[in-house]
Design a protein around this ligand. Sequence first.
Ligand code: FRU
Length: 468
Amino acid sequence: MDTNYWTLDRLGRLYKDWDPKVLTDLSAKVAQSKWRPGYHITTKTGLLNDPNGFSYFNGQWHLFNQAFPYGAVHGLKSWQHNVSDDLVHWRVVDKPMVPDIYSDRNGCYSGSAINVGDKLFIMYTGNTFEGSEFTRHPYQVGAWMDADNNIEKLAEPLIQDSPAGVTGHFRDPQIIKRDDYYYAFIGAQTVDNAGEILTYRSQQVDSGWELYKKLDLGTDNLGYMAECPNIGFVDGKVVVIFCPQGADKASFHYDNVHPNAYIIADELDFTDMKLVNPSPMQQLDEGFDYYATQLLNSPDGRLLSVGWIGLPDTEYLSDQDGWEGELSMVRELHIVSGRLIQSPVNELGNLIEDTEPAATDLQKRITASPFAGQYGLNLDSTDSYLHLSYDETDRQWTLERKNVGEAAVTRSFSGDPSSLEVYLDNSVFEIFINGGKVTMTGQFFHDGESIKVSANQMTIKQNKIKNM
Ligand code: FRU
């Protein structure tokens, strides 16, 4: 980040105070970028992070995301609003939710949405900083969205502050309804520097919220802060997804700066707010960039997920081009043998063509199956590559990435092979191994107009993928 340009004034400047020319100039810069995706949601300019408010409302899918339009940095956050009829063709609604009230003056942070009557109710964290020490004071704010996508914030925050014993790191409410109550699951940090997930509840969605209980996950290995908690129900089980920043690696393996984790349980006991028979904590994704995943139990019975292809506290090569970050494709989740199985939603078929893509075509699906022995899939550009290989002797998968101008980095895990699907969208990749038992997601900053695809010891099939 260019700290000369990104002064506190610019990082925190209200959107109405920016010169519109900044966006025009930035758009021109972004248009020159060779890494823009064609079928993944991103921002027109600037930075994208967490998915927010994933919902089905008024006959359409709604998916918001954290955005800062004025540069590829974590400046003052707003919610970009995306809508879709089929979960794969998304368009941006020109009515973002921006910080414009006292209780969200330093950012409309992450949150969720739930259908209530003929409206959509949004609950999110209003970030504010107080005093010369910039002490965080989080508010949990409510808003109603109508059928014309107009968002009206409530005058009074739903929750005025962190509860006793919790620092200013208290955010990312996910609302669900169970029997007579609405419950909000909120990520928190205790004054002893431990991560936890707290629940609040109310019988009315837009008032009366009270601290209920801490969610008992069956583990305390939540590091120093648990961001973005989400609960979903599928296949007769419950799954909790969250980001335990600083979780102890001795009992939970991860290589990224911050992990996205999940726990599966037989059920959630709402009386004690406790997971019944919880699994160990597991990694949601084995790739380089995947975080802040949000869940939706959709009205059609599916459990859907979407994550941020990016990480906090990380700079990316596309920053130089004035933009950063994408949302993943929407995935359908199932539980098999105590593990989450993730696959792209069936609707993705609407974008996949029968035709074989040219080497210069950067949007494609590569499918390989079955395997034998030691094998690999290589995506090569001039001074950059993405190599996925499997070694039968130690049952080890390795993904090696070399971005242009950077040293190679790897991620690996062990497991048996049976099928492989790779989705490439210019600089974005999502890999589904063994029908989605393992996924590897990330960004690949290549240096060419073309990426050569080759395989060792396996046959592959390629399909072109259309723009959304
Ligand atoms: C996770 C996160 C959330 C927060 C948001 C701010 O990436 O830090 O905890 O609400 O991003 O953009």
